[in-house]
Design a protein around this ligand. Structure first.
Ligand SMILES: NC(=O)c1ccc[n+]([C@@H]2O[C@H](COP(=O)([O-])OP(=O)(O)OC[C@H]3O[C@@H](n4cnc5c(N)ncnc54)[C@H](OP(=O)(O)O)[C@@H]3O)[C@@H](O)[C@H]2O)c1
Length: 327
């Protein structure tokens, strides 16, 4: 069984007297900055300002943080939480972080992509660690405020100071994850696991919902009925499965007809060979290569696919559906 780190296992006082710079004030940055501050640590925020067409620096200021550009925050901090959107990290690192790094600082990433694929190669005299809470920022913050936390993972890619693991565990405690439990893994597993989940679970589930809707409508069903079946009915069911387990849901939470449908027909819908193939492609770095190429070309494929999806009957039905039947 893997080791699970909880509050009692971690001494966060290693961060006392240190300045934590949250770099990037978006979905994760806002939540992690607020949690670290409420845990009693000194937090500053480094992000874009009005001069770069962004309201983030003003937002951080009005949330009570000392906020500044990324270069100044890098100079001031001992620990940097890199909470920038992944595709922009290499450029911001090269221009605004790397020139100001000094020995003994800690770079803490929230996703391993930039480091695993060599987009960012920090000098050997700084710590390179990873802490990822397994939830969107708003959830991370809401759980913290309730006295709870979100399951998280940590990793050490390079230990320059001899105590990088203690530092990253302390960060995870400051954000609240050791209240729920934190496990250690590699940058590789965190990154590829996340990218695999995005392709299989989000990719698969979304296209399953669309296929369910399209087949019903093509066969003459009213779009509002098909839409309710394709999306809304999943909502409550997912929560029950998460809280009680899949078997408890199947045997006690749904009808016997539903149980039979799930067990007998469900496997036919899933292409396990293709899932294995996508896993192998992800491990070989092919997904990362394709995504980096797509980003560097200005996302032509995404722009094209977005246009088609926006104009689809399902999206139009969804807009009407929410007006008619509620959110
Ligand atoms: N989203 C999640 O819930 C989640 C969950 C787990 C891990 N993570 C990881 O957490 C990290 C942050 O993700 P996120 O979802 O919080 O990111 P995000 O909200 O999409 O973006 C974070 C910040 O990146 C900044 N940014 C974008 N383009 C920039 C540029 N050209 N120069 C400087 N700053 C720029 C944005 O600044 P402006 O505000 O100025 O536009 C924004 O505040 C990523 O490594 C991600 O993989 C995210």
């Amino acid at each position: 069984m893997e080791r699970i780190y909880r509050d009692a296992d971690v001494d966060a006082s290693i961060l006392k007297g240190k300045t934590i710079a949250v770099i990037g004030y978006g979905i994760q940055g806002k939540a992690q900055a607020a949690n670290c501050r409420d845990s009693g640590f000194k937090v500053i925020v480094g992000c874009r300002g009005k001069d770069e067409g962004s309201a983030s620096r003003d937002q951080a200021k009005s949330d009570g943080f000392e906020s500044m550009n990324v270069s100044d925050a890098t100079k001031r901090a001992e620990v940097l939480l890199i909470e920038l959107a992944d595709p922009v990290q290499p450029a911001v690192y090269k221009n605004e972080i790397a020139p100001h790094l000094r020995a003994g600082q800690t770079l803490c990433f929230c996703h391993g992509f930039s480091v695993l694929y060599g987009q960012i190669q920090p000098p050997k005299d700084v710590n390179v660690v990873l802490y990822v809470p397994n939830a969107p920022g708003a959830f991370v913050r809401a759980k913290y405020q309730k006295g709870e936390g979100v399951y998280g993972c940590i990793s050490v890619d390079h230990d320059a100071t001899g105590n990088a693991k203690e530092i990253v565990l302390a960060i995870s405690k400051a954000v609240g994850s050791t209240r729920a439990g934190v496990v250690e893994m590699t940058f590789q597993h965190e990154t590829e696991g996340d990218n695999f989940e995005e392709q299989i679970l989000y990719g698969g589930a979304i296209h399953l919902m669309r296929a369910c809707f399209n087949v019903m409508v093509k066969n003459g069903y009213p779009p509002s009925f098909a839409y309710a079946k394709a999306i809304r009915s999943l909502r409550s069911v997912i929560d029950v499965m998460d809280e009680k387990g899949i078997e408890e849901y199947l045997t006690k939470g749904c009808s016997r007809t539903c149980e039979f449908a799930v067990r007998s027909r469900g496997p036919r819908v899933i292409n396990v060979q293709e899932i294995e193939r996508i896993f192998a492609e992800t491990e070989a770095g092919l997904f990362a290569r394709d995504w980096m190429q797509e980003w560097s070309l200005g996302m032509p494929q995404l722009h094209r696919l977005r246009r088609t999806a926006r104009e689809s009957e399902m999206e139009k039905t969804g807009t009407e559906w929410r007006k008619e039947f509620g959110k």
